[in-house]
Every structure is written in C-alpha cells, then in structure tokens.
Design a protein around this ligand. Sequence first.
Ligand SMILES: [Fe+2]
Length: 462
Amino acid sequence: MASIVWFLLLLLNIAKSCQGGITSHYVRKMEASMDMPIETFPQPLGDNAPEQVHITQGDHIGRSVIISWLTPMDRFPNTVTYWPAGRQHNHKHKARAVTTYYRYYNYTSGYIHHATIKKLKYNTRYFYELGSHKATRRFSFVTPPEVGPDVPYTFGIMGDLGQTYDSNITLEHYISNRKAQTMLFVGDLSYADHYPLHDNVRWDTWGRFVEKSTAYQPWIWTAGNHEIDFLPEIDEYTPFKPYMNRYHVPYRASQSTSPLWYSIKRASAYIIVLSSYSAYGKYTPQYSWLEQEFPKVNRAETPWLIVLLHSPWYNSNNYHYMEGESMRVMFESWFIENKVDLVFSGHVHSYERTNRISNVRYNITNGQSTPIKDTSAPVYITIGDGGNIEGLANSFTEPQPSYSAFREASFGHAILEIKNRTHAHYTWHRNHDNEPIVADSLWLYNRHWYPEEEHSSASNMV
Ligand SMILES: [Fe+2]
C-alpha cells in the first residue's frame, strides 16, 4: 500500500527538464481567492482587551524583544508583565510601552503599544501578560540561543500572506511545523489596500488573524508594496503610515536611520532586511547604510548571511518580471563580494528557487549581460506564495531560464534548518499538501565555510 502511495505521489510531482531547471507539473486546483469575512476575527472578550499581539527581536543580538499590541478603547493599561518560566513568584517584571495611534482618512486606529523588554536570558521561555482584570491575556515565547557559529536554529519563511482562506491554510501549516522558531517575513502583510480607501479595518483583522503565531514567536518584518498605502486622492501622503505605526523593528540597533532597512543577528545567522520601495541609489541613506553594513558581518561569529527584500532580483514569472532589476544592478556585486548565502523575496505569488548565479560583469560596453554560474553567489528564493486575495501568479516565462532551478505556481511556506556553520537544510511546503510533505528541498552549503556546489537532486521529491 505504501509503495502505491509513493508511486502516485511521484506521478503527481512529475516534472519536465527545460533549458534551465525544473518547472513543476503540479497543477494546483484553481479557486477564487477570497478574504475571510471580518466576522472571522472578532475582538477578544473583555473590556478593552489587548489584541493583535505580535513580537519581534528588539536589539541586534537577541536579548531583547519588542512586544506590540493594540487596545481598542483606552490607552491604559499600557504595560506588559513578564517572567521566566518556572520562576513567576519572585521574578515578575513590568515594562511600559510607547503608545500611539494614527488616522487614515476616515479611520482612526486603536491605541497601539510597543514595549521593548531587555536583558533577557538566552534560550529561555518567558511568559507575558497584557491587559487587566477579566481582559488579561497571557502568551509566551522562547529567546534564541546566544549568537555563535555552530548554533543550530530553524527559521520559517513566508511572504505576501494576506487574509484569505488560503492564507489561513498556509499559516496553519506553518504553525503545525513545531521546529520553526522565528519567521522571516518578506513583505505584503494585510492587503488592506485591496479595499476602497485602503480600509484599515483590514489591518486590524490581519493583526488578529496572525496573532496565533506572531504572539508566540518573533516575526522579522520586511516592507512590501502593499505596505506603502500612499493615496494622494484622499490626502494620504505619508508612505508606510499604517505599517510603521503598527510594526516596530529594532533598526537603530544596526545604526539604520529607517525601520524599512536594518539588520539583526540571531543564533548563527546575520539577517539583513532591505526596502525595495525606498531609495537605494548611490548616496541615499539605504545605500550608505548597506555599504557600511557588510563589513560588520563576521562570518566567524554568524556564518549564515541572509538577505530579505520584497521584489525579487531573479524571477522568471511574467508577473512583476524585472521589477527588482534596478536594485539588483545597484547591490548585486556587494552580495557576491560578501558571499551572501541566501536571498528571500516575495511579491510574485508563486514559488521559485535559483541556482547560484550572478550577473555582475556587464559594464555598458562589453555586452556580457547573461547570468553565469557563480559559487560566491546566493541562492535566490521567491516565496511570495502565502495565498493572498490577488491569487496565484501562474504564468512563467518560457523557456525556463538557466538561472531558475525550480519553479511552481502554488501557495506555501518554507523552513530553513541551520545545522552548523557549514550545512543548512531548506524545504518548501505547498499548502495543498499535508505540511510534512516536502515539495522542494536542498542541502545548502555555507558560502564562507564550505563553498562547494550543492546538489539539488532532492528537488520536487515528496
Ligand atoms: Fe508585493
């Protein structure tokens, strides 16, 4: 019986080889992408109950956490009580939040609180409580291990999530994978801008929707185009207003001047977050910051160098084709010089993984503009396949270009298991399967410590 199941699964995943890599023949059953109704996300019970709880790393090294939440009626209480697991009687601490709110056309947000709790112990579960009396809510999280070169750590990766029924399947799948400790989110959160006047109530419902994960483990945020919310027709001229009010990140800890680009260290990884929708030309703040950032990366301390940015540089889908090109032209040579291991992007609502290639030889006169194999180059992964209301990007360019190793028009999420300084195991899970089924996988070798060629023989296996 088991062998029959195997055979059927293999048939289902049969793929063709092209000039480049593999275009999966998995055919996803097409369904309308529909947002879950607002009633799916009621406010929690209790007077002025805290809601939309989310946490992220609060410093550069992982000893601090930013706890964010919203209260609908009253700005108080605006404190968080927290304690290490097993020691609640004598070790309760309190931290006060910075509290804000914003207006967007005819919408006024609730009170948005951001509390940074500091000097936490590594590798420790902490409980925390928000609210008061009957509206008190309790959550917990685990701090990362101390930064070090061989520290194992597991990240989830997701993008372009939205709040459809498919978004919910993707998120539930991710939560059911008990290994992942921190989410690397590559932008496009709520898709509130899909609604007339960018109805910011959909920012609230998204906050409630993802709370089942974001309250319990850090999500590392990247801004996408659906965070811009620039709408001059209704006098909304401040880009990223809802996003930046609701989602705080520790950008000052990496000497950044904007929450839209920053870096953190976590376990054995150094993570750089960039903004596809902020200026990055020479002399701009983002360019200058990144120029000074790369020399700070010590691969003896954090062997794995990972970049998150929203608009992919290498994407062979007809949707958003070449939108990331100008940023690639500006920054790709730095990525090669600094041997970036992995670049995760979203934006395209499909899945794609590249070979290690670069395209940095072109100098405007030599005509050398074809991507070539490059062992110093990152693997680029497009994972904007969370499952939002805009639906699937199911039109790939043909033939498959040589840089593309594997591509499939499905929704899903990925898991990156860093084992030590040399090896990491990467898997992609389409959301039409059961979560444990792996639709694409690769053993990744670290570019600094073990720059050997990977073998993607595991691609498209179940
Ligand atoms: Fe996008």
